[in-house]
Design a protein around this ligand. Structure first.
Ligand code: AMP
Length: 808
């Protein structure tokens, strides 16, 4: 039988489908809470971990293991689970629930009491008996409590249950043991759950995909071939494939099956487009529309959605109106303004595709008499036209001259125009036109920080006469270079030297009259953005991330206004300074992309970083600011996913194919929907439909001004919501003193520690690092964490309030 449910629903935005999972994607290997009989894990020595029956928070009997040897020094108590057969799992999750006693609440234990324990595993092909040899275990992590508990006023324990999850894998043996090492803490291990994730069998595009175990790495996608359902066959050269993500979700459907001749697809299909729309009445502030039912309703149409936006509005904010009939009046419009309308139908199967865009301009408001007289005066009209014509002519001639001289695309004066250094016959002239020649004696090279295509990249100091010395990065040209290498190396300086914008890396100058030949650039302490984000995974607020994106967009707006097309915009080509300011870097002519390790040869010739590049640039090398906007969308995705690789480990060919079929990267974890929508806009197939950098900056500015728009809807978050946006988070900037702040976070016991160390203002506290907190004598990990997380929130709030940078 051909025909089953059709996914995606028609009209949903083009993106990878996060397919609804009918059931959890987890396969449980061990759940200590579910066990009714004794667990009988191995404990050594005998006076260490003890199996104790207890009740959980719902008064259900559970088995726990407890240890509390806090008075004696040198504790080394081990507990080992029974053997856990891993089945076909590669990446195993271990979820621990436990309580941990706060050492401060136990008298006379200073020096012996600990607040952590260690988690280990041992891989084996079968059970290995009941002896416990420490050196056979591989450490997974040291586990600390987010919350330790104290003795309550009435003597009862105030239990704080902690949950920690750790991941192990890839595993190569048939099974494994978990082990817990206590070194002197007071712990109750309430539950241990071990599981792995699976993508459950699904039918998509008339193909069945079997249950699939997730890959061994966080970023790995498992490619799965689909089998056509009965009476369907593979489309020629387009066999169905899906990818199972590490989270147990099916992603990126490629290819499909189609019904065999004589069969048709059963079930609910797409209402087709609403294409015949008529403007019934156009007023100053309202427009009445009517339309025909779509040619193929494919079900009962219960509603229509009319989407509209101001044509020239930078932010492209859509409004929608719904109608149960085939007509609607859209009110509250602006007079004399062009609007774009699109309509789609809704049936039980979902929305159909939007029909074509319809542009309608509202009527002008009644005009005043003076304006009338001026504009209707033919003499003035002729004068105005003549002056405007002359100006345009002058600009055109001027542009033509420049264009001939430098062989450039003509841009009218008003914005500075980028000049392609290749158009200079003598590249030395180009470099000296745009870059300052520095005296090598002003430069002090300190250390090597990276490897560039042409030689080492070093950090150092630049001291120009009469100026204070500044930190710089120095790119050097390796010895034994050819003339062409020298020219290509200096080309970057000739390009960079033309730019002057706070979000574009600044060129200090070049050294061409000595050896080594050097390019001296402002120093960006945090290096490349991709590595920086990976290093600080999950540590920034959404506002901070959007602030970074805003900076990159502003830099790109400047470059595109100058007529410069970057062609290789990617997080690895953005540099970050100590104030989290992001700057666009890596300039070169098209062939410089050849140096990008991500660039691969495509069938159209030339090397292209496929994952970052717009389809028209891949297919027929149409590189424009609009293709840079596509890449910018990918950078947005990289930033919001903290440096994840776009399209994970899919092959370049599959990426090209998936994009061609209309699929787009899904929203990264915790990414506000508005930001993902902006990414999708950047990835419009039709490049004219993509927003301009100017519009992107406007949209991001608006989001930063209204942080509520950046809230992630409940249910989509797996990382904690940014503290800055959490309404329940106190406003730290409102506290008047360090004491008041410590009281609010229930850490007033450390008031004297802060005073003694000289932290008298909240500004000074906001600059503290974890080392500073520890140096105050705060030894409890839970308290250090609590104070540090509050400091980070305070910092983010100050950043938001004052717009100042944050030292990382
Ligand atoms: P590049 O040849 O521009 O790709 O530079 C190689 C590496 O040197 C980069 O990945 C950065 O880590 C580092 N680097 C380049 N320029 C700078 C800079 N201005 N400040 C700090 N690090 C830099």
């Amino acid at each position: 039988m051909c025909g089953l449910s059709v996914i995606p629903r028609p009209g949903t935005p083009v993106r990878f489908n996060h397919l609804p999972l009918g059931f959890l994607s987890l396969v449980i290997l061990l759940d200590s809470k579910a066990q009714q009989t004794e667990l009988e894990w191995i404990s050594y020595p005998p006076n260490g971990w003890e199996e104790i029956s207890g009740l959980d928070e719902n008064y259900t009997p559970i088995r726990t293991y407890q240890v509390c040897q806090v008075m004696e020094p040198n504790q080394n108590n081990w507990l080992r689970t029974n053997w856990i057969e891993k089945g076909d799992a590669q990446r195993i999750f271990v979820e621990l629930k436990f309580t941990l006693r706060d050492c401060n609440s136990l008298p006379g234990v200073v020096g012996t009491c600990k607040e952590t324990f260690n988690l280990y595993y041992q891989e084996t092909d079968s059970e290995v008996g009941r002896s416990l040899r420490e050196n056979q275990y591989v450490k997974i992590d040291t586990i600390a409590a987010d919350e330790s508990f104290t003795q309550g006023d009435l003597g009862e324990r105030k239990m704080k249950l902690n949950t920690e999850v750790r991941i192990i894998g890839p595993l190569s043996r048939r099974g494994f043991y978990l082990a817990f090492q206590d070194v002197g803490a007071c712990i109750a291990l309430v539950s241990v759950k071990v599981y792995y994730k699976k993508c459950w069998s699904i039918i998509e595009n008339l193909a069945t995909f079997p249950d699939t175990v997730t890959g061994s790495e966080f970023s790995s996608l498992v490619e799965v071939e689909g089998t056509c359902v009965s009476d369907a066959e593979e489309e020629a050269d387009n066999s169905p494939k899906m990818h199972c993500s590490a989270e147990g979700e099916w992603l990126v459907p490629i290819g499909k099956c189609i019904c065999k001749a004589g069969f048709h697809q059963k079930g609910d299909a797409s209402p087709s487009q609403v294409s015949e729309v008529i403007k019934e009445k156009v007023q100053q502030r309202s427009i009445q529309l009517s339309w025909q039912e779509p040619q193929q309703p494919n079900g009962v149409i219960t509603e229509y959605e009319i989407k509209y936006y101001e044509k020239d509005q930078k932010d492209r904010i859509y409004s929608t109106v719904r109608s149960k009939s085939t007509s609607a009046t859209v009110n509250n419009l602006k007079p004399n303004t062009a609007y774009i309308f699109q309509i789609r139908a809704f049936t039980e199967a979902g929305y159909g595709t939007y029909g074509p865009r319809l542009e309608i301009t509202t009527k002008e408001e009644a005009t005043g008499s003076i304006y009338c007289c001026v504009t209707s005066n033919p003499v003035i009209i002729i004068a105005v036209v003549a002056v405007a014509g002359t100006i345009i002519l002058v600009f055109m001639v001027f542009g033509f001259i420049i264009g001939r001289r430098y062989a450039l695309a003509v841009k009218f004066p008003g914005t500075k125009t980028y000049i392609d250094p290749e158009t200079y016959e003598d590249p030395n002239r180009a470099v000296h036109q745009f870059a300052k020649e520095l005296d090598a004696s002003c430069i002090k090279i300190e250390r090597v920080i990276g490897a560039g295509e042409f030689g080492e990249v070093c950090s150092g100091r630049l001291k120009l006469p009469g100026k204070r010395d500044v930190s710089v990065a120095i790119k050097t040209l390796k010895v034994g270079y050819t003339e062409k290498q020298r020219r290509d190396f200096l080309c970057e300086a000739s390009i960079m030297g033309q730019f002057d914008h706070p979000n574009v890396v600044h060129l200090e100058g070049v050294v061409t009259r000595g050896k080594p030949v050097m390019i001296v650039i402002e120093y960006m302490e945090n290096g490349s953005l991709d590595g920086f984000l990976r290093k600080h995974d999950g540590q920034f607020t959404v506002i901070q991330l959007v602030g970074m994106l805003r900076g990159i967009a502003a830099g790109m707006r400047y470059l595109s206004d100058m007529g410069y097309v970057h062609r290789d915009l990617a997080a690895r080509n953005i540099l970050v300074n100590s104030n989290l300011v992001c700057k666009v870097s890596d300039f070169g002519l098209s062939r410089v992309i050849d140096d990008d390790p991500e660039a691969v040869y495509t069938t159209t010739g030339g090397k292209i970083p496929v994952r970052w590049t717009a389809p028209e640039a891949i297919q027929y090398r149409k590189f424009t600011s609009a293709s840079d906007v596509w890449s910018y969308g990918i950078v947005m995705w990289e930033v919001m996913s903290y440096g994840e690789r776009p399209y994970w480990d899919m092959s370049n060919q599959d990426v090209i194919k998936a994009i061609e079929e209309g699929y787009r990267l899904p929203a990264p974890m915790d990414c506000p929907p508005g930001l993902h929508q902006l990414m999708l806009d950047c990835w419009q197939k039709d490049r004219a439909e993509r927003p301009k950098f100017d519009q992107i900056v406007g949209i991001l500015d608006k989001m930063i001004r209204n942080p509520n728009t950046l809230k992630t809807p409940v249910g989509t978050c797996t990382r904690p919501i940014s503290p800055l946006l959490d309404q329940s988070t106190p406003d730290f900037t409102a506290f008047r003193s360090v004491g008041e702040w410590l009281e609010a976070i229930k850490m007033e016991r450390y008031r004297d520690n802060f005073t003694a160390a000289g932290y008298s203002s909240l500004e000074s506290v906001a600059r503290m690092s974890i080392e500073d907190v520890m140096s105050l004598g705060i030894t409890l990990v839970g308290h250090q964490k609590k104070i540090m997380s509050s400091i980070q929130t305070m910092r983010a709030q100050m950043l938001h309030l004052h717009g100042t940078g944050v030292q990382v």
